[in-house]
Design a protein around this ligand. Sequence first.
Ligand code: AVJ
Length: 318
Amino acid sequence: MRENVVGRSAFGVELAETLAREPRQIPSKYFYDELGSALFEAITRLPWYRITRAETAMLARHARDILRPLPQPATLAELGCGSGDKIAVLVGAAADPFPVVQLIDISQAALDMARYRLQAIGVREVITHHAPYEQGLVRAVEKRPPETSLLVLFLGSNIGNFAPSAARDLLGRIRRSLRAGDALLLGADLVKPEADLLLAYDDPLKVTAAFNRNVLRRINDELGANFELDAFSHRATWNAAAQRVEAYLVSARHQHVSIPGAGVELSLREGEAIWTESSYKYQPEQVMAEGRAAGFSGGAQWIDQDAKFALTRFDVDR
Ligand code: AVJ
């Protein structure tokens, strides 16, 4: 963990700020330590969480159409690659090989797994960037080989964790880091019936509850806190007006928690909720509009009408 001058990690500093908000918050990017990444992988196998399966099937099925407009040789860079299973499917189904694949993730365990997956299917050069999206994007652009096109992958509805203004900002950054002939492939989960969303984000096996609570375990481990995991329950709600699923950790009773590594003493009321995640859902035409607002030209969209998931390729005109 990187420490600043007062000996507080970046994690501790950010947590002190977000826990002081009303309502209190913990940024969802901190879910993904080693155990958190493994719990997320388990979520992707749950029958009620369809995003990963639906998207993987679409990548396999439409790979050639997705990749067709890219000038050869083409390279790939994935923001938030996780296990690397999806990019491996795309590479495996492509007509032409990719000389270089770049992987960006905040989890080192995920990067190690993804590198192994790609090397196993014959990708010659795999470059990894252990970094958040913005920083990883900058590094990937620096490392792109000359005389190649670049397809940036931002899959799995990872964009769903961003509020609309931040999503727009990130898409704009991606657009400005690309040039003519390049493209962005964006995976976005679509608005669907509330009952389906609540089963996906509050599953009967309670894996999502464990994934959510794990962030408290991580804070205990890394920042010396004394959260009692049993004293918090997982809650997921659909906010129709904001088009997002919200996840919370709700305090079962009035309790005190200290987080030495964040310099925080918390007093929580019975029923007080700490907001840990937003998963925004889109309409297909909203996705298209966001790409255009970011400066991309047209593109192409593939929709799984059953799972309600959209893959959209945004092009940079030549
Ligand atoms: C990895 C951010 C796309 O929001 O669906 C899964 C994370 N949270 N179940 C999502 C998540 C709860 C996931 N993303």
